[in-house]
Ligand binder design. Structure first.
Ligand SMILES: [Zn+2]
Length: 248
């Protein structure tokens, strides 16, 4: 979008700015390293397609350090992460900049579990900073997988659901990528293994031996384009509902 079109769309202060936030992180041998960016971006675009008041900002592509029990850990080649304080500052700076253009309503769409509390902090500091400039803004924060309904979980995981934490590189993300970016997935390279299990504690430095050598925490064997479409639609519908309820 050119700057004049953007200015026209945001000038009344009623636009909703959706900001996808992801990570560059290995997702097994069968998938590219950027599903945490591409999935929230596509979902945001799907939501924006339902209302002229919603705009999607370019994503923040780098995220907080991959953790062993939710992302396989920060020691795989290609997994490229930023410090928590860097992520906090990027989120804060981007929100402040968009608010100075006149925007007051924001939706942060998280695609990488490890980002969560750093996003909260970035939002908090941005709002505090903006209050000093006399600007009152509101930010909605969500992670797209929280919009997957129980019905959809039962359809996509007919053999039982082991939880979002071990879904890293599994059926959820792989199905969504088969639907949105099939060129980034090679199902022949999926490594089939049982969902990873971990002790109730973490240990630092992290121990690579805790993580399946594939880098995935559960098997993507049952992933399909059809599941991906279902997951995409349930997330777009649910998130649009939240945005409409608060901001439209
Ligand atoms: Zn992921």
């Amino acid at each position: 979008m050119d700057w004049q079109s953007y200015a026209a769309r945001v000038k009344d202060g009623n636009a909703v700015i959706m900001l996808p936030i992801g990570a560059i992180e290995q997702h097994g041998p069968h998938m590219s390293m950027n599903p945490d960016v591409l999935i929230p971006k596509a979902i945001s675009e799907g939501v924006a397609g339902k209302s002229d008041s919603i705009l999607v900002a370019p994503p923040i592509s780098y995220g907080y350090k991959s953790q062993v029990k939710s992302g396989g850990g920060n020691f795989f080649p290609g997994t490229t992460c930023i410090n928590g304080k860097t992520l906090i500052d990027v989120v804060k700076d981007v929100l402040v900049a968009y608010a100075r253009h006149g925007n007051r309503k924001f939706v942060l769409v998280n695609g990488h579990f490890e980002n969560s509390m750093f996003l909260v902090e970035g939002i908090d500091l941005a709002l505090e900073h903006l209050r000093h400039e006399g600007i009152q803004a509101q930010v909605m924060l969500l992670s797209y997988w929280d919009y997957v309904t129980q019905d959809t979980i039962e359809t996509v995981f007919p053999d039982g659901f082991t939880g979002w934490d071990v879904e890293h590189g599994g059926v959820l993300e792989t199905s969504l990528m088969l639907h949105l970016h099939p060129e980034c997935v090679d199902m022949e390279k999926v490594v089939h293994h049982h969902p990873a299990t971990f002790p109730p504690y973490d240990i630092f430095p992290s121990e690579p031996s805790w993580v399946p050598s594939s880098g995935t925490l559960s098997s993507a064997k049952n992933a399909s384009e059809e599941y991906g479409r279902l997951l995409f639609e349930v997330c777009v519908t649910g998130i649009y509902g939240s945005v409409a309820e608060r901001f439209l």
